[in-house]
Write a protein that binds this ligand. Sequence first.
Ligand code: B3K
Ligand code: ZN
Length: 860
Amino acid sequence: MPSDGPQTIHLADYTPPNWLIESVELDFALDPKATRVTSRIRFTRNPAARDGDLHLDGEQLTLLSAAIDGTPLSENEYQKTDTALTVPAQRLRDDAFTWEAEVQIAPAENTALEGLYMSGGMFCTQCEAEGFRKITYYPDRPDVMAPFTVRIDSPMPVLLSNGNPVERHGHIAEWHDPWPKPSYLFALVAGDLVAYSDHFVTRAGRNVALNIWVRRGDEDKSHYAMGALKRAMTWDEQVYGREYDLDVFNIVAVDDFNMGAMENKGLNVFNSKYVLASPETATDRDFEFIESIIAHEYFHNWTGNRITCRDWFQLCLKEGLTVFRDQQFSEDMRGHAVQRIDNVLMLRAQQFREDAGPLAHPVRPESYQEINNFYSATVYKKGAEVIGMLKRLVGDAGYAKALDLYFCRHDGEAATIEDWLTVFEDATDRDLGQFKRWYTQAGTPRLTVSDSFSGDTYRIEFTQTTKPTPGQPDKAPQVIPVAIGLLDETGAEVEPTRVLELTEERQAFHFHGLTARPVPSILRGFSAPVILDHSPSFADRALLLAHDTDPFNMWEAGRSLSRETLIGMLADDTPPATAYLQALSTVAGNDTLDPAFRALVLSLPSEDDIAQGAVDTGLVPDPVQIHATRKALSKAIAEAATDTLITLYDAMETPGTYSSDATSAGKRALRNTALRLLMPLGGQPRAQAQYDGATNMTDQLAAFACLLETGDDSVAGRFYQQWHDDRLVMDKWFMLQVAHAAPERAVSVARSLTEHPYFDWKNPNRFRSVIGGLTMANPAGFHDPSGAGYAFLTDWILRLDKANPQTAARMSSAFETWTRYDADRQGMIRDQLERIAGTEGLSRDLSEMAGRMLKAGQSD
Ligand code: B3K
Ligand code: ZN
């Protein structure tokens, strides 16, 4: 890295701000090419200050004027660079002063979708993490919190900002947010929008106006999101005792957005994908995501906004906790077992994958170049698991007490992980010194199990190890809560769930008073984010699959049999055991089990999971072979369970009006799983009939995917004719054609879709549909032995990097698993990573990602 390359920021270098802010006033005169922003900021000296300089961040701003206490600043009274403006302490002798500045910005030219930008003719903002500095000069750091007053001058009919509306006179609207907040929570929206409105009365009797702002015609697609918002508001009052604190809560749906949504105070901005839904246009999965993301952003009002982060290293303080809260909410709304399994599936697919490769980092990282690269599965999803473990260790009552103390002690503050852990220590009298390693140590611990039985005693011994990760060669033992229960040979539970606390590298536990060797059910509910290295006999796993009282482990038993079967097929062509196929078929036909659960048992591990499983057993994964093997196993399951699947397909029909509730969605999931499995056994007419008769997107899309895989060329055209006017459905059209293309055709299908007139590469959803459709949803196509997939991805991210570095950098993580493949593939990916790293004018975002990934191959 050249010495003038991107600067690395270290947690250890944190210093408090020199100046705090009492109040902020912002005036916006909106214009796509030349927006004027006037700021009036009252600064007061921070008693904890290091020195008296005033440091303001500012990027891509044209400074028109600046003054202190009404006196204009001349150019020799401050220093200005491309990223900052500093007024030296000598100019600031008083303990308080008012800064006034006017800057000009060009939202229409902002393709990075960070700061103030335009989407479909409307003005909108995205400031987290460091976008506010593209709006005006400001100490753009989360530990500077202030109340904001915002005036917007624009002919647009709808003008929104944070807080409560103050007044509206013709072209000018004023908003006031009384709650001190950091700049990353600022938001402004101006557009020709319409609202779908409702209201909510809080526990204390405050009447809150609720509005979901959308483009004309989309009002009816906002009903589901509104219901989800009200359920989330009620749930947070009932479960966490948290009430909403403003007169209005606004949500805006935006088509061009880099991520899912953003929790700006009182004005959440959403990717329209996570707001708009109707039965005809959205799948059950879309409804589920909308509910959880609406809840997630709403829950941030307390965990993130009222209590925010001191610095960006503490990101998991708000994200891990808020993900944990939204997962609890979804479990309460939709069923605990299935939601838990779903969350673990995503954790393994995204976070375990990250932890196993060059991008591994602790839940609280210690350094970064570009903070946007750390909105990662580790910070979010492992961050949530860490809180789940804390709750398990201190118990429900201890957790409730700690959270009450947290809200009371830190309300209005910018806090740290140390503050968070101290709250738990104070509330529960526990020493969390060792537990803290979950925040500081990267990597997924592997738990090896050995057990024995003698006399009346069952002994189980665990050994924990964690592989080295970048910058952390040696790992210390962590506190691992292992929920365990014991079954006898008939499947009866002889020892109900108890939580064993592992603290040592190697530790044994004893269970006395047993009459025979029990079958252990280990890590119930996935009580810790670890890899369990334990291969019980087929008979033991079949017993767990049939009888475990813990639904997570019941599913896990089936999953581990599927994984082992696939690895056997890959390694030496071992055919799937009849008993395994029979066990799956029995579960599928067991009407006492929830259909959604049965659908999960019937789903095989993803191709990427199988690749990681292969690595774990010492094989070099071949994505093309994995694809074929998974297909073969799927067919074998269908052959063994044909009658059951046909019966299920008919029995799980949900006639009548569509309902997105979990029970109906579960039936559709099982029915569509059966449809898919039956495809190689002459299922085409069934899929065709379902496609023709579908009245909801879940069923239509499931049939569409099946038909695409048969090579049916006409179905994509029919789908297009029906849906070409609907952007969100067209995203699915793009994505599925790539995802379900035969591997050898996938790159050419993706490439020709990038030439389609509707392919708008600057729209992140569309970009992700096609490029992500290849890298994430068609791994065998992406890893085509020719290397064409690698070159295709690289061409596109280099192009996107010039317009939108954040999304380009995120997409580059498709390469994060590169060292697991054969030498040819590794060589080709290394070439592409080097090509990226060597590109002139690369963004800080993408340069950091390529650099981190390349480092992994250096010792080779
Ligand atoms: N806090 C935002 C994410 C911001 C991402 C910035 N690159 C959404 C969320 O986690 O709720
Ligand atoms: Zn969040």
